[in-house]
Design a protein around this ligand. Sequence first.
Ligand code: DGL
Length: 261
Amino acid sequence: MIGIFDSGLGGLSVLAAIARALPGADLTFLADTANMPYGPRSNAFIRGRVLAIGHHLADLGCGMIVVACNTATAAAVQALRAELPKLPVVGVEPGVKPAAKTSPRKHIAVLATESTSRSDRLARLIRTHCEGVQVDIAPCPNWATRVEALNFTEPAFVASVKDTVEPLLAAGADRLVLGCTHYGFLAPVLNPLVAGRAELVDVAEAVARQAVRRAGSAAQGRGRLVLEATARPEALPRALNGLGLGWLAERSHEPPRLVGV
Ligand code: DGL
């Protein structure tokens, strides 16, 4: 069994990619909805959540853990690996490397939560992969919360997304890195804004490929999905449908569970 978690719904994009890549694997997805959003939280708080959830998934019998959250990865993936040395732990990092490699103008922008934007891990990623590339970092407070509420097509929000993205495009950025797993679900809002000027870079499929490489026997199973949440588990099936992932609900044979992690 593979355990996958996020603060909320964003990790569903990674879950979907893993479910497509490993149709026979048993998957447990945990949304830490009682503590979402992670973006404005301290590193210490996020680390506490990551370790508690990691232990919970390991205790359930997960043979691999996927941290389907850039914010949690930046703050605590090393701590989780140190805490659970026998389990493969796969994290998510903003796709700075593919963006820098493919950017025609050598100018990229990273859209991320407040916490990821100021993280040492992002700074290191940029130092390693972006020599000669201009990198703008745009913290996007509230974007993940909008996705969580399935409320992101409202005109005032679309206008605020445009206010964030337009200056980046006007300055010449031609790759916009989606540095938060929630933002992939904003593609219908972002695509018309960037059309013909820039490309969005999402890493959900790359993370799934890495999960396939690392899973080993954790990929064995009967293709079942268990959904868990730390608050409002009943909202998960509706969210799957609202985010175009209704097919995933068919993999789950029991109602979503409320867990007190
Ligand atoms: N989905 C998370 C990420 O990838 C964080 C969203 C949040 O809880 O602020 O960064």
